[in-house]
Design a protein around this ligand. Structure first.
Ligand SMILES: Nc1ncnc2c1ncn2[C@@H]1O[C@H](COP(=O)(O)OP(=O)(O)O)[C@@H](O)[C@H]1O
Ligand SMILES: [Mg+2]
Length: 348
């Protein structure tokens, strides 16, 4: 048996209490195989020792059944940075986001590429298709949801210090911007960011949601790291512009997610081409096809291309996403097609 076959075999070992298996949770840290011996290093962060021993036993008996005579299974330390999503299961055990079915992170290599705009419109597109949707703005450095959704009120605090999301346009909204205010310092130190994110995941009382769309800060910083450590995200979407497509940041972002076994559902190319407002002509101001090439190279689908368009920007400034305000526009339809692909990928 080779490594791949053994991994396949270990996909039968479920994480206790979950339908997901230990391989998809990213818990196999190392695997050494030769003719009749197998050694597996697992990375499990559960505080519950019975979970650890149950997994170890299951792995061991799988390998023995497969004919390995010498089997060793160890649990290694937890110092790994990009920790598996299942660190997560620990949190899931604690009931983190219990009312949310699918969590989708919207990420980008750098700022200003339209990540927040895409997150808001994607959430809106899913909502118009009849799903219950929440939008969580986790951009501690530059929260933009208050503006893109035109929210100026402060969320209610319920007994037990739970924060109630703001309901607008048929969606549930929460942003650091709702509570930080405009004059809070922008420079958050790492440990503080981790604490804020954790608190947000714990303390926001979402309704029953099909999708929670999370607008991340750009890059691969503390927010991202905290998030993937705490949650088994359903998937991630990467927003990029044509100019930045080939940049390492995009690849780095994708790598971060795949390292923790969060599937990258696809790339959205924003400000892709220009549509003339007068005659409707599509001007390819960047070389076309870059998005397709890059997504093929990275082996993830190109979910869609959104043009550079005044209406998109205006809608953001007016506090109502274009996918709602101009629901039958060509661009809203493109967001609808992106939403279709995502629902097909994640809903089983
Ligand atoms: N497709 C687009 N056409 C025109 N303007 C856009 C488009 N996408 C985003 N913008 C504008 O670009 C600016 C940055 O977008 P934003 O979504 O805030 O980016 P990010 O969240 O990546 O920093 C905003 O002013 C936004 O309205
Ligand atoms: Mg933003």
């Amino acid at each position: 048996m080779n490594k791949e076959q053994v991994l396949k075999l270990l996909e039968d070992v479920k994480y206790p209490g979950f339908s997901r298996n230990i391989v998809s949770f990213g818990m196999i840290r190392n695997l050494f195989i030769d003719d009749n011996s197998a050694k597996v290093e697992l990375n499990i962060t559960s505080a519950d020792d019975t979970i650890k021993s149950q997994i170890m036993q299951n792995v061991e008996s799988k390998l023995r059944d497969a004919g390995f005579q010498t089997v060793s299974v160890l649990i290694t330390g937890e110092e790994l940075t990009g920790q598996p999503a299942a660190a997560s299961s620990q949190m899931a055990e604690q009931g983190l986001l219990p009312s949310v079915k699918y969590t989708i992170a919207v990420a980008s290599g750098k700022g200003g590429v339209g990540k927040s705009t895409v997150a808001a419109n994607l959430a809106a597109a899913l909502m118009t298709q009849g799903y219950h949707v929440g939008l969580l703005d986790l951009d501690v450095y530059g929260p933009s949801l208050p503006m893109t959704m035109g929210v100026s009120e402060v969320p209610k605090v319920l007994p037990g210090n739970k924060l109630l999301p703001i309901k607008k346009y048929g969606m549930e909204l929460m942003s650091f911007g709702f509570i930080l205010g405009d004059d809070s310092p922008v420079i958050w130190r790492g440990p503080m960011v981790a604490k804020l994110v954790t608190q947000f995941l714990n303390d926001v009382q979402w309704g029953d949601l099909d999708f929670l769309i999370m607008d991340l800060p750009p890059g691969t910083g503390d927010v991202q790291l905290t998030l993937v450590q705490k949650l088994a995200l359903t998937g991630a979407i990467i927003v990029t512009t044509p100019q930045d497509l080939a940049l390492l940041d995009v690849q780095r972002g994708a790598n971060m997610f795949s390292k923790v076994n969060t599937p990258v559902l696809g790339i959205i190319e924003n400000m892709s081409y220009y549509v003339c407002v007068n005659c409707g002509h599509h001007a390819e101001i960047f070389s076309k096809g870059g998005g397709e090439r890059e997504s093929q190279r990275m082996n993830v689908p190109l979910l869609g291309r959104i043009p550079l368009n005044e209406m998109v920007m205006q809608a953001g400034e007016d506090g109502e996403p274009l996918a709602i305000h101009h629901g039958d526009s060509e661009i809203a339809q493109e967001f609808g097609r992106i939403a279709d692909q995502i629902t097909q990928m994640v809903i089983r």
